[in-house]
Design a protein around this ligand. Sequence first.
Ligand code: SF4
Ligand code: SF4
Length: 658
Amino acid sequence: MDSKPLVLAALMVLAASFASYRFFLRLRPMFSAPGIDRLDHIGERLWGLVPNVLLHRRLLMIRYSGILHAMIFSSFIVLFTAIIQAFGSGLIPGFSLAPVGGNSVIALLQDVFAVVILVGVGMAFYNRFVIKPARFKGSNNKDATIILLLITSVVVSMLLEFAFHIAAGNEPSAAWRPLSSAIAKLLVALGFDGERAAEAAHILYWVHVSVILGFLTYIPGSKHLHMFAAIPNIFLRNIGPKGQSRTPDPKAAHIGLSDVRELDWKGMLDLYSCTECGRCQAACPAYAAGLPLSPKILIMNLRDALIGEETAPARPAGAPAAGSNLEALVGSVISEQTLWACTTCRACMDVCPLHIEHVPKIVDMRRHMVEAGHVTPGIQDAMASFQQYGNSFKKPARMRAKWTSGLDFKIKDARKEEVDILWFVGDYASYDPRVQRITQTVARLLRKAGVDFGILYDAEQNSGNDVRRVGDEGLFQTLSEHNIEALAGCSFKRIMTTDPHSLNALRQEYPAQGTSYEVIHYTQLLLELLREGRIEKAANGKVTGVVTYHDPCYLGRYNNGFEPPRQIFAELGYQLHEMGRCRENSFCCGAGGGRIWQDDTGVTERPSENRIREALALGDATIFAVACPKDLVMYTAAVQSLAVEDKIQVKDIAELFA
Ligand code: SF4
Ligand code: SF4
């Protein structure tokens, strides 16, 4: 009796048991993790797999890596038929895929895709060891190398097995296997034919199935767990509003994340899905600024903590802070400095091919720090100002509308009169002297266009968007409740904000408290007015200079407000020269997520200066257009500190109408 099926079955049971045990160890924390609803809108979730998995949309944003991944991914699908063939024929005598093309088309595809995958693996080796992109810094090179060698072994052993069978004259698909046949000719020339070739084919068979089974047992402990986790993780991605934070359970003992096991199961799946590709790290403004935050290493450290494999290798960023007295997660696995470095810009999330959610984890850990009273002096100062004044400028509420005194007309008080547009002005546009002239320009434009608008005067307080991202949930609730109450007493059709952060809070955060306003950004309203002919295209025909435009994170990435600013440039006749990092790939100014209230300790290059250099490198852009009051402040300061005022001017979009 042929012992092959028995031996193979035994090997398979052994490998499957070991692999299952290792998978179980990884999955066990997920069974007891807090729940999260990610099984809604099944159709939308499935449809999203087309661009994100099949078409490699995000992966192809880095073309070389995207192409090599597409080559390996597609080959895996095709070569899976060879795996079925190998195990099927080993277990069941006479098993063959011949009836479905196993000796013809499938055989040809296997040969062709063996070449495709080997070229892809070669490109991956070249990328990792010759090109060495900076984004790989901190990734586990050893693991990646083992995986690439295992893939090579699987494919080479498969090719050699077929070649030896052909050389032995017992391979029915020989005519459809050009590569294997070419290798077979070489083997015959080397004396491998007849019985000798058949014996070698037999050995290669066992090498081939052993490597496959070894691969299977290796995967649960490697970053290639993404082979199993990636598609579920993408399917279970967040398809809700991008700018809506998790509302903590008010009855919970604590609201922050103080232990990695408090992550919900999807948060844990995120950790297992990471391929350590470093795209998030390359996009991160905090990392680029030299701060101790790499979103990739943050995810890797959380994953290592979750699986209890804290090998504590030297990490270039995100290393544990020495001397912190916060237990478990924050201060031990992730340093406080790492968490305070984040601008919540979301660039990491939008480039991640696996749709891993970094920002909610960071905000939840910040919530824990706030609960424990561990905040930076800058944050503490800002929070105290919000508590006392409702703004971060330490200015009384009656000063909020002082900017209106520079106008030769009175703006309606929306608390007393009905208005079409209720303008939620925001802190920087109201209080910062560097921005007030822009706020006045917007007011004049609206007046000129005959817009019926009003403001809340001293009833407006900070929207709380960044307060929430700092992790002070209680203060966010206080600020939002105040504003919601003020708005409830007004009669208006739409709310307009100048500040994209306020836009996000009013449009995406406040609805969780029962509001349902239509909230627009001022660029949207200005575009409408232009198109309706209510604002004269005064600049049209007289425009000089090339414009480049910075997409604010909370207008673009969070609220999809990419088009109105660009359409305004087109309507006004400006020539727009885009920077390489634009739209979803925009590079944060460095002010968001509470960073604007912190000092520059540890910063080697301010993100705003990095951005101005990018604009200058365009060569012809003389106007750096912005659509966010904080951007105006950040970039004006950057232009001054770089001493390039004679080369480029920072202008709010409203100024381009003049
Ligand atoms: S989190 Fe996403 S982008 Fe970052 S390294 Fe992991 S897989 Fe790559
Ligand atoms: S949100 Fe922005 S700053 Fe924070 S980790 Fe992601 S890319 Fe870095």
